[in-house]
Design a protein around this ligand. Structure first.
Ligand code: HEC
Length: 154
């Protein structure tokens, strides 16, 4: 018997196509295609993110994400947490895209000392745009090393 022409082989061929197609559609609908760890950001998303950054983030993380200057220890308040750079000189790139979105929207115990939690003020889509802008401050090499890969690139 020729299995290739049996009806069950035709059915399983149909199903094997369905999964990738559905996954792709879901990715497009949910917008995750724009935010992908280790991949360069979408230019439109970068532009929207740049405007959001200049409104909400620049006061602390400074122009082009260079961060606040280090305060000398002799005059520094012991509880001061400086807004670190978001460009590639610090470690924002050690986080994947989704992790960066979660830091922006919900914070971490360390960021909450000073940085507002942005959920409510900013949507998930706007957080994704901000991540795209932050990634536009990194070189191609650093983008390729983003997230779980960062240990291999140190
Ligand atoms: C009031 C000051 C302030 C503002 C405004 C602010 N941040 Fe922060 N941010 C901080 C501080 C402080 C930290 C924590 C620094 C640390 O952990 O040493 C931080 C940490 C972060 C981190 C984690 C970086 C890392 O390497 O782990 C990200 C990402 C971030 N901020 C993004 C943003 C974005 C995007 C905005 C604008 C929507 C923003 N921040 C606005 C003060 C601020």
């Amino acid at each position: 018997m020729n299995f290739l022409h049996s009806p069950s082989a035709a059915v399983s061929r149909t199903y094997s196509l369905q999964l990738p197609v559905i996954t792709l559609l879901l990715l497009l609908i949910t917008g995750f295609a724009r935010a992908e760890t280790g991949k360069p950001p979408d230019p439109e998303s970068v532009e929207t993110g740049r405007q959001l950054y200049n409104s909400y983030c620049i006061a602390c993380h400074k122009r082009d994400g260079v961060g606040e200057p280090t305060v000398p220890w002799s005059i520094r308040r012991p509880d001061l947490v400086e807004a670190m750079p978001l460009n590639e000189t610090s470690h924002a790139w050690h986080h994947g895209d989704e992790q960066l979105m979660s830091i922006i929207l919900d914070g971490t115990p360390r960021t909450r000392v000073r940085m507002p939690m942005w959920r409510g003020a900013l949507s998930e889509e706007q957080a994704a745009d901000l991540v795209a802008y932050i990634k536009s401050l990194w070189s191609a090499r650093i983008i390729a090393c983003q997230g779980p890969n960062h240990m291999d690139c140190m």
